[in-house]
Write a protein that binds this ligand. Structure first.
Ligand code: PNS
Length: 162
């Protein structure tokens, strides 16, 4: 059996930064399972089903990638799916503190290892929250998320704007 990695996140919505990490992880492992946290503590803009559907479309051209959703502990989902490694992107020092703690806790809970991939510089300033804020105020996020994601953001967030 090959070695699978899990790429977890909220993906509300998927950005080009996420896709870059998933693509690069797929070159390092035999398979990648993208794991969408269905019910994060912050209220997501898109439902779990919508986020999974957007991810499936976004990674359709990457071999060896499947998309799942989960609730509860990431380590339980990783164990259920046979992934011994978690892969996360790191945009900079701001991500490091919390990501390090989560990786250590996940290792303590289950022995799962976390591999960090440095985000490609062209995407290191992107976050799903910033993308939503820009679209909410009428800004253009072309080239930062796939075009179909931009369309869905505009549909969802344009309500109430003149
Ligand atoms: O997109 P994000 O916000 O970076 O993703 C964070 C995520 C979903 C990976 C993290 O919140 C998570 O793993 N949540 C599941 C619950 C869990 O396992 N919590 C303990 C972490 S040590």
């Amino acid at each position: 059996m090959g070695r699978s990695a899990m790429c977890p996140g909220t993906f509300d919505p998927v950005t080009n930064g996420h896709i870059d990490i998933i693509r690069r992880a797929s070159r390092c492992f035999d398979g990648v399972i993208v794991a969408v946290l269905a019910n994060p503590s912050k209220e997501p803009l898109f439902s779990a089903e919508e986020r999974v559907a957007m991810l499936k479309e976004a990674v359709a051209d990457i071999d060896g990638v499947e998309v799942s959703s989960f609730d509860g502990l990431l380590v339980d989902h990783a164990q259920d799916r046979g992934a011994g490694v978690v892969v996360k992107g790191l945009r900079g020092e701001g991500d490091m503190d919390f990501e390090l703690k989560m990786s250590q806790m996940n290792n303590r809970l289950s022995g799962v290892e976390t591999f960090f991939l440095p985000t490609s510089p062209e995407w290191s300033f992107i976050s799903s929250s910033l993308i939503k804020e820009i679209v909410r105020f009428g800004g253009d996020v072309s080239g930062l998320v796939p075009d179909f994601v931009r369309g869905r953001l505009e549909e969802r967030l344009s309500t109430g704007r003149d």
